[in-house]
Design a protein around this ligand. Sequence first.
Ligand SMILES: [Zn+2]
Length: 295
Amino acid sequence: MAADLDLIDGHCHVSDPRLAPTESHWLTECAGVGIRQFILGGVDPEDWDRQIAFRQRVAPLGFKAHLTFGLHPWFVASHSDEECERAFADLKNRILFRAEARDHGIVGIGEMGLDSLKGEMALQKKWFQKQWQFAQEVGMPVVLHVVRAHSEACEILGMPRGLPGGSGIVHSFSEGPEIAMEYINRGFLLSISGVIARKGFQKLKRAVVQVNPKDLCFESDAPDQPPPRLNLGTTRPGETGPSFALNLPTAIRDVAETIQVLRKDLSINQGWNTEKWLGESRENLIRCFDLYGNG
Ligand SMILES: [Zn+2]
């Protein structure tokens, strides 16, 4: 029974105010398909506070929210160096003693990274570098957000470490096999979102059939990056593309179903079904974020 499972959405923003009005409704939907754990991606100090409140709110309902705190590259790109300095001091304060951070359900540092679509890179590089260094100092896995700046990001990450799934996740990975191996060799999981179910994304589809299942995990990135199932078939005034409903953690099932179809002919995965893939993602996330050690 799907409802008996204990599946994990590897990356989402379910404490986002856009999802608050329908929270009890979509939590019920998640429970109905066995999704009971969420790993939240951090954006800025206000978001970290919302994550803490969400964790406290859903715990009595039988859901576990694992928190990650970081300065998102979009935050860095839209704030001054001084503002980033203050937020980073706040971040360090909240994390500094790992045991204490664990008591509050903080399992990693991030989102952090580089987004070349969001303007100026010098500050993004500086704050990515600082956060990555800090994560290594405190021995915590990270959540990467990297868009069209993979060689720069890998340069900052340094030499491959070869620790399977120990470094963190590359959130919404959508590149091809070569870049996939750059991250896997540095100990990262490729976190695959519902965009893989859309038309196109051929590079990504080539990558996910080539890598070892232990190097993959699944995320919704809710309320963003909806799978095609949530296309409302209408166009909002002033927009050219179709409108989508807000995305939900249930999108990890779309990811698993797509990967199951893409890989069903490979001898290594004969006999795997959607449930087996969701279980694989779960185990990889537990290993990566040490979730067994986190109450
Ligand atoms: Zn995110």
